[in-house]
Design a protein around this ligand. Sequence first.
Ligand SMILES: Cc1ncc(COP(=O)(O)O)c(C=O)c1O
Length: 389
Amino acid sequence: MSENHLLGNYNRYPVEFAFGEGAYLYDHQGSKYTDFLSGIAVTGFGHAQPDITSAVMKQLNGVWHTSNLFDSSGQKTLAATLAEKSGLDKVFFCNSGTEANEAAIKFARKWGNGRYHIITALGGFHGRTMGALSATGQPKLWNGFFPLVYGFTSVPFGVIESIKSAITPQTVAIMLEPILGEGGVIVPQNGYLKAVKELCEEHNLLLILDEVQTGMGRTGKWFAHQHDDIKPDIITLAKGIANGLPLGALICSDDVASVIKPGDHGSTFGGNPVSVAAANAVTELLTDEVLAENLEFGDYFVSQLTELSLPEVLDIRGKGLMIGIQLADGISSKTVAGKLLNQGIVVGTSGDSVIRVLPPFVISKSDIDHFISTFSAVLAGAEAQGVAV
Ligand SMILES: Cc1ncc(COP(=O)(O)O)c(C=O)c1O
């Protein structure tokens, strides 16, 4: 098997993990890695979490799939929890964040009854299918895929005036991430989301918040917008919701839900019983104590790293366990991430200059201390060994 038949759409590190436990991963040679990425903000409760594993095993021994033509008590339980935690009313299940956003776009257009235009953020990310890609305000991701879906305008993130001036009589919704994730972990100024919500009320627009990355406890609240004390009309979720099994969700108000009739939208696999069993276990684990600790540990990470005043670091930002480290000009985030991997630490990147730190909620303060000493050593030029980067 010398030939690799995998399509070349990913840049992969030449490391394969054989198993994981909590915040740690092990490769086939038995080398240990500390996970500061969580499979890109997915495995919040770590690897092989016993309660989630046993809920999944129980479901695997029952039914794997029956389709959405039949009743599902698992989906009903999960929907009730999501409704309660968000203060919204109805839930649609799908398989990914992209699909949740596609549903949001369709539901907003149906609700708009002829209005179709959606304002999104430059630097935002909502997925790779044609609707979600058109909502994604990153022109570099559009190249080669024109024409985009009609009816989206991306404006500078965090600037309320730029949204105001993009509103037309056809505008139906504003669609944003509360914190840009793929776009570099950009936290808007306090009051921005509240001002966007007010604008929506003034112009009868829906507020769609893409909490695919920020949701399910990552920032220290169930949903990141809850730091701003506002309520959107639609929330989209995926990633952490089922700790690694594929599941997406859209939560919306009764007002939005009322326009969607049988046959308007659907998915064969959406809300699969095994993924839903995992997600119900996740919701039980996501206690107030865990949320508080995510905030505390995030603050600890930022303050410890800030204290070092490393000349190679221009900025450290984020909320809870969603942290971006902006490197100084000329230092490649990919190179630093590769060197950290060689030293047994898994991180992500966004763009050429930001290291993305998205640890599982089970990370400890000593893991954070270990990260910080390894990170500063790598930046200081400590020679990496092992895989080439
Ligand atoms: C904010 C946001 N929305 C949507 C997506 C797409 O989600 P998925 O890859 O599950 O389709 C992502 C993925 O990174 C994301 O970060």
